[in-house]
Design a protein around this ligand. Structure first.
Ligand code: SAM
Length: 237
């Protein structure tokens, strides 16, 4: 299996990049005429046949590895390279979109190279976990900008306080739809120092429901993974 950008599909052919030719030829040791699966990043898998620097698309394959809901994860950027792990694990768990956010207590202000790195990690993790869709990694935005991602179910994870558990709040109707954009969940997790009171109040004003992930205080890197796991458990059909 290999991820192919939609722009590389042209009139029944796939124009392979040098890296993809290397991967197919040297790493997977495919020869002229051998077949492989091309994932187009838009939710579809295609059976393709290697033909020199190109591949011929033979047929569409039916696979369903995506969740029946669209999940946007807003993560206040953790210190160091912690976000790499968030992107990798949450992609494996089925996230649709990840928005790195700069909160009042965020310590990291990332460069553009970081964004490219996160997008590469998402593509690799999507391929590894046999997803048919590579999650979108948005450019970092301030927390207040992120709050305007209006949705039907919006949650903000708050480590301290008496809030209902996320698992008791999720309202999934239990049916699979082909349009993963139909039922949408947005969930926000905070930085090492937690959210400020003002941020929690702003989120509530935007319709976010404060939720708990349990009685233990999770690291900023662990919390998004736990939130995604709970959503996956509630929504997978
Ligand atoms: N020092 C912070 C505090 O006392 O609030 C703890 C922050 S925690 C390391 C980082 C983030 O993970 C929190 O802002 C929250 O979004 C999430 N988190 C961690 N444990 C949680 C829990 N038990 N319930 C809900 N959210 C949690």
């Amino acid at each position: 299996r290999i991820a192919i950008a939609p722009s590389q599909f042209q009139q029944g052919q796939i124009l392979l990049t040098k890296e993809q030719q290397h991967y197919l030829g040297r790493v997977l040791r495919l020869r002229e005429g051998d077949r492989f699966i091309a994932m187009d990043g838009k939710g579809k898998w295609w059976l393709a046949q290697l033909a020199g620097e190109q591949a011929q698309v033979l047929e569409a394959l039916l696979v369903e590895t995506e969740l029946p809901v669209s999940i946007t994860l807003m993560v206040a950027l953790p210190k160091g390279n912690g976000f790499d792990e968030v992107v990798r694990c949450c992609t494996e768990l089925g996230v649709t979109c990840i928005a790195p956010v700069l909160s009042d207590r965020t310590l990291l202000h990332p460069s553009l190279q970081k964004l490219e790195r996160w997008r590469r990690i998402a593509a690799e993790a999507a391929e590894q976990s046999e997803r048919s869709f590579v999650p979108t990694i948005l450019e970092p935005v301030t927390f207040n900008t992120g709050l305007s991602f209006a949705n039907s179910q919006q949650y903000i994870c708050v480590a301290r306080g008496e809030f209902p558990h996320l698992k008791d709040c999720l309202q999934h109707k239990g049916q699979r739809t082909n349009d993963i954009g139909q039922e949408r969940i947005v969930i926000a997790t905070g930085p090492e120092g937690g959210w400020t009171t003002q941020e929690i109040e702003n989120a509530i004003a935007f319709g976010f429901q404060p939720v708990s992930l349990g009685r233990r205080i999770l690291r900023a890197v662990t919390a998004p993974v736990v939130a995604l796991s709970l959503i996956t458990a509630a929504c997978e059909v």
